[in-house]
Design a protein around this ligand. Structure first.
Ligand code: 13P
Length: 337
């Protein structure tokens, strides 16, 4: 399939992406937080329980997998086959994590370009049709972070990654994440996100990336999580929309937000608010990890065998976010659930 068609399918109206690509280290933390041992069997069981939820296809267009998961099988079927049967696109995280940027003040550079062409070929054969690479930035007003060097280096890596992914006939999810950690206010987040997006798209263009065949995965514009200021959803929506309209080329078919540590409820409410005021051509949807899995994980920890309740908890979040992706969610629907 043509990459532009895949990108459109990923952000189809009312559908979003499930980010289930936690590295083994991160997944271990998530499982330990609910007192479940992190074995490869438990990691697969939880994930496959979500993937085989009866109504998943109504709300989810694609799933981002981790290297371990794309190689696992359930009753002889690969995870890609299981997803394809449900009309869900399999995707794969291909970066090798954010490592310390040498001689920086605790900044990171995302690694994983060496050998990526060969790895992409293998992932394509394993069924992946899109990929993900996450650059990570944090704000420090004291140290004037993120530095220009870290923005340039990470954006350049995103450009090179995206070119390799398109060359392999897959869609790159371009994820420049500005963390919400810090005491800064929402306007600082707005200015820094703007700077990051500008450099990201400059580097995509330099690397000949066709923006009609990508999906952007940005952070929303929020107050720092230690600022003691509650986010006002209509302000979040207005600033996020304006920032993206200003910095994202109009050819980009869709924008799928990360949840970044927002609660499940906030991530849904803010996405809904953005769609309510959306006067752009972009499709705004979700590519959530924690904000789609938290309730399901807690439910699972109560009884590892109670598949139905876990699937119900997951489907409830997926449904709320699907409504939010159409601007049709409201608080009363949460209470009714
Ligand atoms: P969160 O929604 O939990 O931030 O995860 C999304 C993701 O894929 C981060 O790379």
């Amino acid at each position: 399939m043509d990459i532009k068609k895949i990108a459109k399918q990923m952000v189809a109206k009312g559908k979003g992406i499930l980010a289930a690509d936690e590295s083994t280290g991160t997944m271990t933390k998530r499982l330990q937080s609910v007192n479940v041992e992190s074995t490869s069997e438990n990691r697969l069981n939880f994930r496959n329980t979500l993937f085989s939820s009866p109504k998943i296809s109504d709300y989810i267009s694609g799933v981002i997998l981790f290297d371990e998961t794309i190689r696992q099988k359930v009753s002889g079927k690969s995870i890609s086959e299981i997803l394809n049967e449900r009309n869900i696109l399999p995707g794969i995280k291909v970066d090798k994590g954010a490592k310390k940027l040498a001689l920086s003040k605790d900044e990171t550079i995302t690694e994983g370009l060496d050998g990526l062409r060969e790895r992409l070929k293998e992932y394509y054969e394993l069924g992946a049709r899109f990929a993900k690479w996450r650059a990570v930035y944090k704000i420090s007003e004291k140290d004037n972070l993120p530095s220009k060097e870290s923005i340039k280096a990470n954006s350049h890596a995103l450009g090179r990654y995206s070119a390799l992914v398109q060359e392999a006939n897959m869609v790159p999810i371009v994820e420049p994440e500005l963390l919400m950690d810090g005491k800064h206010n929402i306007n600082v987040c707005n200015d820094v996100t703007s700077m990051i997006l500008e450099e990201t798209f400059y580097q995509l263009a330099n690397n000949n990336v066709d923006v009609e065949g990508i999906v952007l995965k940005p952070n929303m514009i929020l107050n720092g999580s230690e600022s003691n200021t509650k986010n006002n959803p209509s302000e979040v929506a207005k600033l996020t929309l304006n920032c993206l309209k200003k910095n994202v080329p109009s050819g980009v078919p869709g924008i799928a937000f990360l949840s970044g540590g927002q609660s499940e409820f906030e991530a849904t409410m803010n996405l809904n608010e953005i769609n309510k005021v959306n006067d752009s051509k972009f499709a705004f949807t979700f590519s959530y990890g924690r904000a789609l899995q938290q309730s399901a994980l807690k439910t699972w920890a109560k009884d590892l065998k109670d598949t139905k309740s876990v699937q119900h908890a997951f489907e409830e979040r997926a449904k709320m976010n699907s409504l939010a992706a159409k601007g049709k969610w409201n608080k009363e629907l949460e209470k009714a659930a």
